[in-house]
Design a protein around this ligand. Structure first.
Ligand code: SF4
Ligand code: SF4
Length: 393
């Protein structure tokens, strides 16, 4: 007679197979995904923990602490498996994958829309009433849904866009029409100013902030997160794995999990949305739900920080004051990270780079007599700009 342990293992495998087959039949199962299913079925342990939820500020939404950043996910099945395991907040944007990302999310949420919350974004350049309404209507259509849970103004680099009257007018109308439930913003540059402006806004117009937050963050951003969270702003963390650089050279340590745990140990942060391309990344990331941040994680992060120090840019923008030609060094470096970090997404990298005015790209450095921009983290800016020209131009 089989032991109860073994029975449990068989039941778990059966559960995994049955649970995933249930969703996959409704979707396309590409070879990579089928391989992942086989690998999972061959293990005795479920790779998925019990999900943990926190409340997203004054929205009151209860969302999984590891939620889904969909920007890099080419297969809807991966998102669907996450949903089946209790991940209930999906972050996307029409801008990602040249507009295809919302289509992928639409496939993943078919039939389970009522179980999840969808966050998407207006285009970064949209500010007028007509532009905001157009963006939301397009996203609704593409996502195949009648409402967006959190619509976010994309990529704020200062306080100005928070207070544009036309933008607010459009969002208020969309809320009245039931097309949007809550409004938020996203920021990965000058984050402290954006967060403080949200906290100080007397109208309390915006409810959430998706903010770059990781173990390399500076104190001003941490303090601003505290202030914004105290004011009821729901805080969602992105860029949590510091570029997701390949760390195989570090002897197989799981620095990515440690980085995620570091973020989630802050109770001011409701959730993180790591970008998950495939089943391997999904398992790695959602496994941390409920895990404490330990001393060993600190050691791992020290080693990770040391390994990425020669090339990791925090996008602080401090060096830009030293460039007489106005090169947007932080955005050029962000685009480079999309190409060469864990993202490995050359189209996202090129699209990000192409959004810059030509004079703010690394092309402006070609005949510069000598780089006068100084990195507070010791990066060789001139070399980074040269690398960007060869990879992104
Ligand atoms: S080399 Fe340095 S100082 Fe010269 S344009 Fe480029 S970033 Fe600016
Ligand atoms: S190159 Fe250095 S100073 Fe410039 S944005 Fe990056 S980290 Fe900041």
């Amino acid at each position: 007679m089989e032991s109860s342990e073994k029975k449990k293992g068989i039941n778990r495998r059966t559960f995994i197979k049955a649970g995933i087959a249930g969703t996959a039949t409704a979707l396309i199962a590409p070879p990579a995904f089928a391989d992942a299913l086989q690998q999972m079925a061959a293990t005795d342990q479920s790779p998925f923990p019990k999900p943990v939820y926190r409340t997203l500020g004054r929205t009151g939404l209860k969302i999984s602490v590891v939620s889904f950043g969909a920007m890099l996910t080419p297969e809807p099945e991966v998102i669907r498996v996450a949903i089946d395991q209790g991940v209930n907040y999906i972050d996307t944007a029409r801008k990602y994958m040249g507009g295809k990302n919302e289509e992928i999310v639409a496939k993943a949420i078919r039939g389970v829309r009522d179980k999840i919350h969808i966050a998407t974004k207006t285009l970064p350049e949209s500010t007028t009433k007509a532009e905001i309404i157009r963006d939301v209507e397009t996203s609704l259509k593409t996502l195949g849904t009648d409402h967006i849970d959190v619509i976010q103004l994309h990529h704020l680099t200062g306080r100005e866009r928070i207070f544009i009257a036309e933008t607010r007018e459009a969002l208020t109308l969309l809320k009245k029409q039931g097309k949007v439930r809550f409004c938020g913003v996203t920021t990965h540059k000058n984050e402290a100013e954006v967060l403080n402006a949200l906290a100080d806004d007397p109208d309390r117009f915006f409810d959430t902030c998706l903010v770059k937050y990781n173990f390399k963050v500076d104190k001003a951003v941490s303090a601003a997160i505290d202030r914004a969270a105290s004011a009821g702003i729901g805080i969602i963390a992105m860029k949590t794995q510091v570029g997701g650089y390949d760390i195989t050279g570090l002897g197989g340590i799981s620095a990515h999990q440690a980085a995620l745990k570091w973020v989630l140990q802050n109770p001011r942060v409701t959730a993180a949305i790591p970008g998950m391309k495939d089943m391997t990344q999904l398992r790695e990331d959602i496994a941390v739900m409920g895990m404490p941040f330990a001393y060993a994680d600190l050691r791992r992060l020290d080693r990770y920080a040391e390994a990425i120090a020669p090339f990791y840019c925090t996008f602080c923008g401090t060096c830009e004051a030293g460039c007489p030609r106005g090169v947007d060094v932080s955005t050029v470096n962000r685009a480079l990270m999309y190409a060469e970090g864990g993202y490995r997404d050359i189209s996202l990298a090129r699209a990000t780079y192409a959004e810059l005015p030509q004079l703010a790209t690394a092309a402006a450095c070609v005949d510069c007599a000598g780089c006068t921009a100084r990195c507070i983290n010791g990066l060789d800016i001139s070399a980074k700009m040269e690398r960007a020209r060869s990879v992104l131009a």
